[in-house]
Write a protein that binds this ligand. Structure first.
Ligand code: DCP
Ligand code: MG
Length: 488
């Protein structure tokens, strides 16, 4: 039996739902995004794309390109509802579905095309069914493997239905640029180009991956195989959540350590709650920082013991932040991955590691970290993020007597707070520090944009949960990012 994989991706997803719910928007350029001066475009209808508007573009630019467009704020709950509806329709066809994002999935359809007159007919049937049920259009690609199926669904968007037949894989790939290979980011692309590899056919001309090894190391085999249309990865139905993250683009840049501290407190609080809800523990904590010139840096640290504790995430964020600030202000050469490991053998913050700054904010309730302040950044901060990855199901652990009784108390407290919050809402029960974040000195919650910028493609609001190719993590795994401290 031949293997057939289908990839589906909704057309202009958020914008199409807006057009569906507001028939008067049909046929018009619709732009969904943060509407503030700092907002970015989440997506736009194909009518708006004709004006050059695209995802992740600042709204201010979109308004210049398309002044008569219909600008709407995202309604995430509605989009999630429609997404569930579409996934249930697809489940009627096959249980073997790997969701990739809110509007995208792989379907394992091997053997199914015999029930239809071929893969194209099967694709047509699924497209028609989704349209009948929801009034929305998907683009679909069917191919012998995941890489080709994803490529195929994009080849004839919108309303695409493309089949890449067996035997034509190499021919279809040959004229495409190497950046279309999964995992080939700008850095690898540049390296491959210096070796004369611009198009897939240049790689196809090689008998094997050996000439690529000096350029891209252990990625060589995968790159050579994909360029030749070879991809054996299965559709992973139960793909686990790989990371949970929170991040925000700020309406007004953050300029001092105390404001940064509040944000990381908030993120740590959210992430720990969300992990507890799913009974997950995280191994690695990463922070992401974007300066006002859009330079973006990230730092990460692997915890000795996986955790769902707010204070662990917060203290690790503090550690990583201050280390980053020290690197930045002392203009030392960029650190290496080892620098991060050397930050400390445990997650406990040691005040000797870190330079203290004068912060007028001191209402910490996290023990050791109360001694240490978040250093002021060297320049305005546009975006902050905190992510916990390397997620495992929680397993009971045999801790020392002291540790376990302490953990038990913390866990109980967390459980009580979680249940109060689910009854009375997010702001009902919070530490003084978080209360300050929500209400601030002048009693108003800090304004913030809900959307992320371009480089965070696929994530759709401040809470980013990844059960798919978490881009950055995959790249770490594949070694494409190399030096984790690289400015990207
Ligand atoms: N999205 C976002 N920010 C981005 C990219 C996407 O908020 N930078 C959201 C809005 C999109 C949805 O995710 O509607 C799905 O992303 P896609 O990349 O699939 O884009 P669309 O479905 O909007 O358009 P296309 O027809 O190109 O798939
Ligand atoms: Mg889409």
């Amino acid at each position: 039996m031949r293997r057939w994989i289908m990839h589906v991706d909704m057309d202009a997803f958020f914008a199409s739902i807006e057009q569906l719910d507001h028939p008067e928007y049909k046929g018009h350029p619709v732009i969904v995004g943060g509407l503030s001066s700092r907002g970015v475009v989440a997506t736009c209808s194909y009518e708006a794309r004709k004006f050059g508007v695209h995802s992740a573009m600042p709204i201010s630019r979109a308004k210049k390109l398309c002044p008569d467009g219909i600008y709407v704020y995202p309604r995430m709950d509605r989009y999630k509802e429609v997404s569930h509806q579409i996934f249930s329709i697809m489940k009627e066809f096959t249980p073997h579905i790997e969701p990739l994002s809110i509007d995208e999935a792989f379907l394992e359809v091997s053997g199914m095309s015999t029930m239809y007159s071929g893969p194209k007919a099967l694709g047509r049937a699924i497209k028609d069914r989704v349209f009948e049920e929801t009034g929305l259009i998907i683009s679909a690609g069917l191919a012998p493997n995941k890489f080709l199926a994803k490529l195929a669904s994009d080849l004839d968007k919108p309303d695409g239905l493309v089949v890449i037949p067996y035997g034509r894989e190499k021919e279809i790939l040959a004229p495409l640029p190497i950046k279309r290979i999964w995992g080939v980011g700008p850095r690898t692309e540049k390296i491959l180009k210096t070796g004369g590899f611009h198009l897939m056919r240049h790689i196809q001309a090689l008998p094997d991956e050996s000439s690529l090894i000096p350029l891209v190391g252990n990625q060589a085999r995968r790159i050579w195989e994909l360029a030749n249309g070879i991809d054996d990865r299965p559709v992973e139905t139960d793909r686990k959540i790989q990371s949970i993250g929170a991040e925000e683009t700020y309406e007004e840049d953050l300029t001092d350590g105390s404001a940064i501290e509040l944000e990381f407190r908030y993120f740590a609080n959210r992430l720990s709650k969300r992990l507890r809800k799913r009974n997950l523990l995280g191994h690695t904590v990463s922070i992401k920082v974007r300066y006002d010139d859009f330079t973006t840096v990230s730092r990460q640290k692997r915890l000795d013991t996986p955790s769902d504790h707010e204070h662990v995430f917060f203290e690790t964020a503090l550690l990583l932040w201050n280390k980053l600030m020290q690197d930045k202000t002392s203009k030392k050469p960029k650190g290496t991955k080892n620098d991060i490991e050397l930050l400390g053998a445990t997650t406990k913050v040691k005040s000797t590691n870190l330079k203290s700054t004068n912060s007028n904010y001191s209402s910490s309730n996290y023990g050791s970290s109360s001694e240490i302040a978040f250093m002021d950044p060297p320049g305005p901060i546009r975006l902050l993020g905190l992510t916990v990855s390397g997620l495992d199901e929680e397993v009971p652990m045999q801790d020392s007597l002291f540790e376990s009784s302490k953990n038990e108390t913390e866990n109980k407290l967390a459980g009580v707070l979680d249940s109060l919050e689910s009854k009375f809402g997010e702001t009902a029960v919070m530490s003084g520090a978080l209360w300050q974040r929500f209400h601030g000195d002048n009693g108003t919650r800090r304004k913030r944009s809900e959307l992320k910028a371009a480089v965070d493609a696929q994530s759709t609001n401040e809470d980013v949960e990844s059960n798919k190719m978490d881009k950055s993590l995959d790249l770490y795994k594949n070694g494409d990012v190399g030096d984790l401290n690289e400015d990207i």
